[in-house]
Ligand binder design. Structure first.
Ligand code: PMP
Length: 406
């Protein structure tokens, strides 16, 4: 079993004199960075800072080699067939927008349907609302149950010959629910629909095999898996990337430019216009190496076990209601709750006074709020440097809050 205290010592932020007491439970929002990621960024800027795919001088070639080696690493990490399937973006949001602009606008027409779910992050919802408005397609929603799971009882009704795209979240950033994406992908393919998976939360702790899943697109962010901000990935099947038009245009994504027209670079470069986030990509490579050295299965096992402990302890707090995480649910890492009728922002502020960082709000999932008829929740989300003592501190502080308020 992974030792969180040993892991924690690898994260410089927790040794900062102002943070030695910090309990960081906002990992679904962004994660802290281990020493190897911070050092890698420092190393790039101090030793071989140069643009990629351009200079033929030594440090330019070194930067390009490091940058491209991360593409290969990511392909291996998610079991993609080739590094050509890996497009670097700014994050999950940009990856989804890329598909919404370059694939959806070309392939959707009036009468077509896009199927999403009621538990999507706004990043996997608003781009489809816009694409639907502009193409005349219709957006349909798979509902969620009171237990915070997808209600798949009528899935055949939602999936039909009009369905052209299914866009679903692998793991909910508010309920922690892990969705049965393989089953949905297979059924969607039976009606000829393409499937995009929003993997922003899932990939941070669980092993992923895109080849086995057979998804058409998979989107994720580097900063939620210990990498830097400003870098994300779109995995896409090669045939789709070949067919799609560019998203952003400019330098590096072209093969030739004349006064009249331009032709496009090979994939995946066709989708990477301008100077990319070089340091961030290289930093993400170090984060993935850290995950591989730690062991993704160990990470998953540890987080799932800590989540179970946290849920049991939270349930003992008077007036606390947890959303999702029913007895039969496949869920982990993210726990949303409300504490009696105390406003979530007040709860978060009380916790902050004890140096415990949680998130309060709608978590960019307003349809879930509507479903439960609430405006916001408190969210504690766990990662590998959280310890059982962190959970004790959270529960103790919540108990203090409810006692004070009543
Ligand atoms: N989808 C999910 C499930 C998320 O949790 C998030 C981040 N909260 C996003 C998409 C958007 O990610 P980013 O802000 O890194 O683009």
């Amino acid at each position: 079993m992974l030792d969180p205290n040993k892991i924690k010592s690898r994260f410089p932020i927790f040794s900062d004199s102002e943070n030695t007491d910090l309990v960081f439970l906002d990992n679904a929002s962004t994660t802290q960075k281990p020493d190897v990621v911070v050092e890698k960024l420092n190393d790039f800027y101090s030793r071989y800072n140069a643009n990629v795919h351009r200079g033929i001088y030594r440090i330019g070639e070194l930067a390009t080699m490091e940058y491209e080696s991360v593409r290969k690493k990511i392909a291996g990490f998610i079991n993609a067939k080739s590094e050509k399937n890996i497009v670097f973006t700014k994050g999950t949001t940009e990856s989804i927008n890329l598909v919404a602009y370059s694939w959806a606008r070309k392939n959707l027409s009036p009468g077509d349907e896009i199927l999403v779910t009621e538990m999507e992050h706004h990043s996997n919802l608003v781009p489809w609302q816009l694409a639907a408005q502009q193409t005349g397609a219709t957006l349909r929603y798979i509902p969620i149950t009171e237990a915070g799971e997808l209600d798949l009882s009528d899935l055949e009704k939602y999936l039909n010959s009009k369905t052209k795209l299914v866009a679903i979240v692998h793991q909910s950033n508010i309920l922690g629910t892990i969705n049965p994406v393989k089953k949905i992908i297979d059924l969607a393919h039976n009606v000829g629909a393409k499937v995009l998976i929003d993997g922003a939360q899932y990939i941070t702790h669980a092993s992923l095999n895109v080849d086995e899943l057979d998804c058409d697109f998979y989107a994720f962010s580097g900063h939620k898996m210990m990498g830097p901000t400003g870098v994300g990935v779109l995995y896409a099947k090669q045939v789709l990337l070949e067919e799609m038009d560019p998203f952003l245009s400019g330098g590096d994504m072209i093969l030739s430019v004349s006064m009249e027209k331009s032709t496009w670079n090979d994939i995946p470069y066709k989708f990477e216009a301008g100077t990319p986030n070089i340091a961030q990509v290289i930093g993400l490579g170090a984060a993935i190496q850290f995950i591989e050295d730690t062991g993704i299965d160990k990470i998953d096992e540890f987080i799932t076990s800590l989540t179970k402990t946290a849920i049991t302890k939270l349930q003992s707090v008077r007036g606390l209601r947890i959303y999702g995480h029913g007895p039969s649910s496949d869920s982990t890492s993210v726990i949303s709750f409300n504490l009696a009728d105390i406003h979530p922002h007040d709860v978060a502020q009380f916790l902050d006074m004890d140096n415990i960082a949680v998130r309060a709000g709608h978590h960019c999932t307003q349809p879930v709020m509507l479903k439960y008829n609430i405006s916001s929740t408190v969210r504690a989300s766990l990662y590998i440097y959280n310890t059982p003592q962190d959970i004790e501190r959270l529960v103790g502080s919540l108990q203090k809050t409810i006692n004070f308020m009543s």
